[in-house]
Structure formats: C-alpha cells, structure tokens
Design a protein around this ligand. Structure first.
Ligand SMILES: [Zn+2]
Length: 266
C-alpha cells in the first residue's frame, strides 16, 4: 500500500466536511431561488458565511471544525449552545474518506479514480439531502446521469454507451409511469420528479436489467424502515406519510454495485 493513502484519507475527510456544507446549504439556495430571491448565488453562499451552528448561528472556530476529531471532542454538541450536532456530519466525513481511499486503492492516481469519487460523492450528497428535505435536486441528479454516460463511453462502467442511455430512459420511465397510475388512483404523487431522474442515473450506471432489482430492494428497504419506525416510535406510519425514496434507491444501488463490480453473486 502506498504512503499516499494518508493524504488521500485526509483529502476525503476535508471533502466530506465540504459535502456537509453542500447538503445543508444547497436546498436553502434552491428554495430561495424558487421563491424568486435572486440574491442567493450558489457559489457565493457555499463559500460564505463561514461554517456556523444551525441552531445558535455562532461562527465555528477552525479548531471545532476539524473533520471527525472535533465532533468527537465536542461530544457531538455545539461548543456555544450545546445543541446536538447531527451525526450526519460524522457519517458523511467517514463515508467520504472511505470512497476516496477505496477509489485510490483500486485505480491509483488516475482519471478513473476521479470519476468514481465523483459518482459516489453525488450519491452521498443526494442520499442526505433527500433524507433531510425530501428533495432530490436536478443540480445533482442530472450530472449523475451525464457522468454515467461519460463513464460508459470511456469504458469505466460495465456498460457500453447505448446500454447506458437505454438504462437511463427506462429508469426514468418506469417510475414516471408508476407515478402516473398512482396519481390517477390516489390523486397525489407517489414519487417526486427527483426519483425519476435518480433512477435514470442508476439505470445509466448499471443498465436496465438492474432496474427491477433496484426497485424491488428499495421497496423492501422502505417497508422495513416503516416497520422499524412503527415499532420504535409505536406510532403508525400511514399510507400517505411522506417518505423519501431516494435513500432507499441509493442503498439498493450500493448492493448492485457490490454485486456487479466486486463479488458477482449473480
Ligand atoms: Zn450552537
């Protein structure tokens, strides 16, 4: 193992810290833009103001902003107001460090490693934005689709470009049609438009044959989640309870990835 794994890990942690900012701020910017507020420039709002506590708005000193270590040292609480800091901050930093080192160990310092880091990073960001805001922004789903096309064209994925394109179209259509029928039946959307585009991206990555597996597994994960939530909170999650579907799609695609790129179970 090369000694470069250490700087790679640190880089992963730093990027993870940035992803946390993105996860918190992008939905705010997009929401303000939707309301017609033009003052919110994406680039500007991502770089300024400096990190602050979402609860007391106090600026976070650099010492309290070191990935993982600060969270552990502060016992997961803001130094100023003692409000809990989401475990998500820790999880995203760890996940990011894992994908950076995994991609580096597998592909070395190469364009292909950057490609995979980009792809996995988008999934991490989408997972948590959807879990927290029930929203999968085009800002990330569309680049996901495009990146998978590029990957297939360059031979980084297991697909040729045309199969990638077919996977994207069918991925989009299948949820779009399910939603159409659901809407006709219950008069409300069953899925959000972001779900169609996310599944288009996953179809572009893994091909149309993987779509039934991804949808099937996501539904099982969704049901398990509802069951567990009902048991823990002893509160009934009803049929019309809003549930983000993106995290379940992403979790399932991870299994498909492990199967088609690492172990090849089937
Ligand atoms: Zn605070």
């Amino acid at each position: 193992m090369s000694i470069y794994i250490i700087p790679t890990l640190i880089l992963g942690l730093i990027f993870g810290s940035f992803f946390n900012v993105v996860i918190y701020r992008i939905p705010i910017v997009l929401d303000e833009k939707l309301k017609g507020n033009k003052d919110y420039s994406l680039v500007k709002y991502l770089s300024w103001p400096a990190s602050f506590c979402p609860n007391c708005k106090n600026k976070i000193a650099w010492l309290d902003n070191i990935p993982i270590f600060s969270w552990i040292l502060l016992n997961g609480k803001c130094r100023n107001c003692k409000n809990p800091i989401k475990t998500r901050y820790l999880v995203v930093e760890l996940l990011s460090a894992i994908i950076f080192s995994y991609s580096y160990l597998k592909f070395g310092f190469s364009f292909e490693a950057f490609f995979w880091i980009g792809l996995f990073s988008i999934l991490i960001i989408l997972f948590f934005i959807d879990a927290e805001t029930f929203f999968l922004p085009d800002f990330f789903t569309l680049p996901l689709i495009l990146l998978c096309f590029i990957g297939s064209y360059l031979g980084f994925t297991n697909l040729i470009l045309i199969d990638s394109v077919i996977g994207a179209i069918l991925g989009f259509l299948v949820l779009f049609l399910v939603n159409l029928f659901y809407k006709a039946w219950r008069k409300v959307d069953g899925f959000g438009g972001g779900d169609f585009k996310l599944l288009a991206g996953l179809g572009a990555w893994f091909g149309w044959l993987s779509l039934p597996i991804i949808i099937g597994m996501s539904s099982i994960f969704g049901l398990l989640y509802v069951l567990i939530m009902t048991l823990i909170k002893e509160k009934k999650v009803q049929l019309n309870t809003m549930l983000p579907f993106g995290p379940f799609l992403i979790l399932s695609s991870l299994f498909v990835y492990v199967n088609s790129y690492i172990f090849k179970f089937f």
